[in-house]
Design a protein around this ligand. Structure first.
Ligand code: AMP
Length: 268
């Protein structure tokens, strides 16, 4: 079995994980659960899009064998008090701005892996740090599952698909493109030999500051450990961003030296 854990409002990004799981497994299972413990007190748990009927249809059409959409009480029954916490990998980037987030993620994913018992579980590199956190606890807890990371699926104009994109107004949707353009420009600079972490980060900052309302972080990091790098980055480096447009928080990333630019021609 190949498991694809999601929070629903399924889009092509999620369905690419289903396709990836089908390459590794005979039966694909999708879970849909908007996990309350990974949302902070002032975050969008209540507003988070819930489209279960459409999601079920998309799963049916994609040949998903099992759809698991439990209620809150099933995953957090009365009396539960156990959490899974990852230290260094979860410490920086989103860990700084969403202090309880990865504990919620690690806890729910551990429960889902334990319940489903898949051979393979597929996660998107859209949530790059999440993927590395999951790899970490799966290794540390000796969970018998192979963790697969799948590439980011984007719109043609570069915007990374996200269930949260529905929050964006038409104007905000246009402004959001600054992010993938900035990451493309950073790939260009890295390819031209730029290795100074601060120079790469400021290039991104200058490009997104006019379009975004606030920036949580622009971080260069080791692509394996997700530990931030200052000074010089290597031939391969994670460049990850979280920033807000209005009340919508968007994240995106590239691995410099590995990924192709989200937008082929950044001058157009
Ligand atoms: P979510 O429903 O947002 O919790 O995401 C469920 C899974 O889908 C996670 O492993 C995400 O990283 C992955 N995912 C979400 N958006 C994308 C995308 N645009 N491309 C690839 N994977 C994605």
């Amino acid at each position: 079995m190949g498991l694809v854990p999601t929070m629903g409002a399924l889009h092509r990004g999620h369905m690419s994980l289903v396709d990836e799981a089908a390459r590794h497994a005979d039966v694909v299972a999708v879970s849909i659960f908007v996990n309350p413990t990974q949302f902070g007190a002032n975050e969008d748990l209540d507003q988070y899009p819930r489209t279960l009927d459409a999601d079920a249809e998309a799963c049916r059409q994609a040949g998903v064998g099992i759809l698991f959409a439990p209620g809150r009480e099933a995953m957090y029954p009365e009396g539960e008090e156990t959490r899974v916490r990852v230290s260094a990998t979860a410490h920086d980037l989103c860990g700084v701005h969403r202090p309880e987030h990865f504990e919620g993620v690690a806890t729910i994913v551990t429960k889902l892996l334990t319940l489903a018992g898949p051979c393979v579980a597929v996660f998107g590199k859209k949530d790059y740090q999440q993927w590395r956190v999951i790899e970490r606890f799966v290794t540390d807890l000796f969970l018998p599952v192979q963790v697969v990371g799948a590439p980011i699926v984007r719109e043609r104009d570069g915007l990374a698909l996200s269930s949260r994109n529905v929050y964006l107004s038409a104007d905000e949707r246009v402004r959001a493109l600054a992010l993938s353009r900035a990451l493309s420009a950073a790939i260009g600079a890295h390819r031209s030999g730029e290795r100074n972490a601060e120079a790469l980060r400021s290039l991104v900052r200058r490009a997104i500051e006019p379009a975004f309302d606030s920036i949580d972080y622009i971080t260069t990091a080791d692509p394996r450990s997700v530990v931030p790098i200052d000074g010089e980055v290597g031939d391969e480096a994670l460049l990850a961003v979280a920033a807000h447009i209005g009340s919508t928080r968007l994240i995106d990333n590239v691995v410099l030296g590995v990924d192709d630019p989200p937008i082929a021609d950044v001058s157009s």
